[in-house]
Design a binder for this molecule. Structure first.
Ligand code: NAG
Ligand code: NAG
Ligand code: NAG
Ligand code: NAG
Ligand code: NAG
Ligand code: NAG
Length: 680
């Protein structure tokens, strides 16, 4: 009775939760639009209203004695942000009390207002925000490249410990003046930047601490128009890629209706608007039988800094899944190799982004981005890019402009430049090592051996998890997995012990997902341990699908899940051990004795029984979608068991009529009809 009440509420939750998650759009808690020195609110056509700094309670502007407001010359027309400015002749501070801690967009608008007192065009000054040097020896005339106003965009952390203040310090240089026309502060969605990112050239992930500040260097909409703040929910600007593309003849613009762009969980319009994903550059048909070239873009950046590079992809060119596979290079180094976009999105026209970090060393001042075809001959060659963001990262001396912090009088600065570079690289290397050691130590402390109750090896199966929409179940997975007892949750230390710290000699096989190790749990049970590539969250959906599916199934001809581990960014699945491995190994490519006809027949019947159970026996219909000989495993008695549920899907119930026709699976095992389309 109690159970059914709990179940009822859980079902209710499943019905209500997804809508509330997917429909709620992000509304920034902090949205300060400050018209510095202005006297009337200035309305923009994109819903922003810039208010005079004197009229916003949470903004403390620099004391009046330091301030001179300058009125624009043509006060007859409607007021704009650039009619007025605050001018400072000594170090002055703006303080904004934010409502939320965490990262914020900070935008600074500069326009040298004509006046008789100051030559703002050639004024030289520095700007520091919460200890980060944003501008050092900035001069409008040198930075604006002839335009009448300048927008600088930053990402700054507002820390919670003391106060939620964002403090902006303007320091005029040597008898010069400093000025500012407008300040924007908008809170960012949580987790906008990941906590660690893969570097290029490829190596261990680099930790991104919250103290690191960013400056937008480039934000580009490949193959598309200029997107103004009007077209972006966070008031960003996306520029077209024409100025940066090196070989325009190699590329062709493609686009779809922006309303067709799908945002899977984890993606949203706050990452990038649908207009970005709806356009792309793809490889143009060169008059050659085999297309072997890259599309290249080059961006001039300041040397000696690290850059976060965010690539936006959306497959708007393919007819079917798994047909767009390409390489991505950053500064001539491989970033993505034979990247199958649909293995990430599981759908066409679906938004996807991925981040990399690259160092632009002294002597080079560009980021070169290239996309091109892989060396696969049986696929049509194409490569695309939909959008690109390049964010400059603050350096260890907390600066985004030059290596010398203006207010931070580091004794090392007086040494020769080369020592600065050396010290910085040593510092960052040491920091990474320290973080790794601390993490390892923490892990060790947190998981004393033998923490699990040995009797709790397997909990009864849940009856109904969610409704028949697998997507919904997967999204709500994390919160309900535990409460439903989806298999045994194993600690990372337990798994490390079972596999002798992932000993290479215990590797049973290597797949797209990662390596599979043979292991022995502390209760003596032999298991196969499938470990997703450490640190990488790629394949998270498949991982969760597999747990969800397998936890609900018990059958003689299905491989059962002993447990799983989702700790410290690890994705580990633990299965019953199948002594004789995949069927494929017994058919070809090894010197195992050939199977007898009786064995072959029994294996076929066994696998068919497993599939039949999936289609009819379980509470919901399950469609495996990736049946092949590597996914049929044999135990020591040659009993066949179906494995690898990462691509499977809950089918329609009998009274439903619609069926998803999306194509999934491995190339070479798809329906022949499907293959024809893939090959075009
Ligand atoms: C300030 O002026 C002095 C003398 O003109 C000059 O030597 C110095 O470099 C200047 N400093 C800055 C920061 O501009
Ligand atoms: C920008 O948004 C406006 C309406 O908000 C729309 O009419 C326009 O087509 C959009 N332009 C682009 C280039 O996205
Ligand atoms: C491709 O070849 C055709 C016929 O030879 C020619 O008309 C066309 O201009 C060529 N296109 C390109 C892009 O070279
Ligand atoms: C990439 O390679 C090209 C051609 O070999 C070279 O001209 C360019 O300088 C390289 N760029 C970088 C960033 O290494
Ligand atoms: C694309 O660029 C990368 C890096 O510069 C290079 O290694 C690769 O050979 C290029 N591919 C083609 C097909 O030109
Ligand atoms: C930097 O340090 C030097 C010597 O330590 C000192 O003379 C100078 O005034 C300092 N400059 C600033 C801007 O603090």
């Amino acid at each position: 009775m109690e159970d059914s009440i709990v179940l009822f509420f859980l079902c209710l939750l499943f019905v209500l939760l997804p809508q509330s998650i997917f429909c709620a759009s992000f509304t920034p808690l902090d949205g300060f639009f400050i018209d510095c020195g202005g006297s009337n609110p200035t309305k923009f056509d994109d819903s922003r209203v810039f208010k005079p700094d004197t009229s916003i309670p949470d903004v403390r502007f620099p004391a009046s004695s330091d301030v001179i407001s300058v009125a624009g010359l043509d006060s007859s027309s409607s007021p704009t942000l650039f009619d007025s400015a605050r001018v400072f002749t000594r170090i002055s501070v703006y303080t904004v009390r934010t409502r939320q801690i965490g990262r914020h967009w900070l935008r600074l608008h500069f326009s040298p207002v004509q006046n008789s007192h100051y030559d703002l065009n050639s004024a030289v000054f520095s700007v520091v925000a919460n200890g980060i040097t944003l501008l050092h020896g900035f001069s409008f005339s040198k930075s604006s490249a002839g335009s009448s106003h300048l927008l600088k965009e930053y990402v700054i952390e507002v820390e919670g410990s003391s106060s939620k203040d964002l403090v902006l310090t303007f320091s005029p240089w040597n008898g010069s003046a400093a000025f500012i026309n407008g300040i924007e502060i908008v809170s960012m969605p949580k987790d906008f930047f990941p906590s660690s990112i893969v570097p290029v050239p490829l190596g261990p992930e680099v930790v991104i601490s919250s103290q690191i500040a960013f400056e937008t260097a480039f934000r580009v909409n490949m193959g598309g128009p200029l997107l103004s703040p009007k077209n972006d929910s966070l008031w960003r600007t996306w520029e077209p890629d024409q100025p940066y593309i090196l070989n325009p003849a190699c590329a062709r613009k493609v686009f779809i209706n922006p309303n067709l762009v799908k945002y899977p969980p984890g993606e949203s319009v706050e990452i990038a608007p649908n207009w970005v994903y709806a356009t792309a550059q793809e490889m143009a048909d060169a008059n050659v039988t085999e297309q072997r070239f890259n599309i290249s873009w080059a961006f001039q950046v300041e040397e000696g800094f690290s850059y976060l590079i965010r690539l936006h992809f959306c497959d708007i060119v393919s007819m079917v899944l798994n047909s767009l596979i390409f390489n991505v290079y950053i500064n001539n180094q491989s970033a993505l190799n034979s990247f199958d976009l649909s293995s990430k999105t599981m759908a066409l026209s679906s938004a996807y982004y991925i981040d990399f970090i690259t160092d632009v060393s002294k002597g080079s001042n560009q980021v070169l981005l290239q996309v091109g075809p892989p060396n696969l001959r049986n696929l049509p060659s194409n490569a695309i890019l939909n959008g690109l963001e390049i964010m400059k990262m603050s350096n260890p001396s907390q600066s985004l402009d030059g290596n010398l912090g203006v207010l931070y009088n580091n004794s090392k600065n007086s040494e020769k430049k080369i020592w600065v570079v050396l010290a910085i690289s040593c510092f960052s290397a040491g920091f990474v090592v320290l973080v790794v050691i601390l993490l390892a130590f923490f892990l060790y402390l947190k998981h004393p051996k033998k923490s699990e109750d040995p009797t709790s090896t397997w909990l009864p199966l849940p009856t109904h998890v969610g409704n028949s929409d697998s997507k919904v179940s997967i999204c709500s997975f994390a919160s309900t997995a535990q409460s439903h007892g989806l298999g045994r949750i194993l600690s990372f230390s337990e798994i490390r012990e079972a596999t002798k710290n992932f000993d290479e000699s215990l590797v049973l096989g290597v797949g797209g997902f990662g390596k599979v190790y043979k292991g022995v749990l502390d209760n003596g049970v032999m298991v196969a341990v499938k470990r997703g590539n450490p640190g990488s969250r790629q394949g998270l959906t498949e991982f969760r699908t597999e747990i969800l599916m397998l936890s609900r199934l018990r059958h003689r001809h299905l491989v059962s899940l002993t447990g799983y581990c989702e700790e410290q960014n690890e994705m580990i699945l633990v299965y019953e051990y199948m002594a004789r491995g995949p069927l494929r190994k017994h058919l070809y490519g090894s010197n195992l004795p050939p199977l007898s006809w009786k064995q072959r027949l029994e294996i076929c019947i066994g696998a068919a029984k497993g599939l039949h159970y999936l289609h009819t026996g379980a509470a919901d219909i399950i469609i495996h979608r990736d049946v092949k000989t590597t996914n049929i495993l044999l135990d020591e008695n040659f009993t066949a068991k179906v494995a690898d549920f990462g691509l499977s899907k809950l089918g329609p119930s009998l009274d439903q009529t619609h069926v998803s026709t999306a194509v999934k699976g491995s190339f070479g095992y798809l329906d022949p009809e499907v293959r024809v389309i893939v090959r075009r």
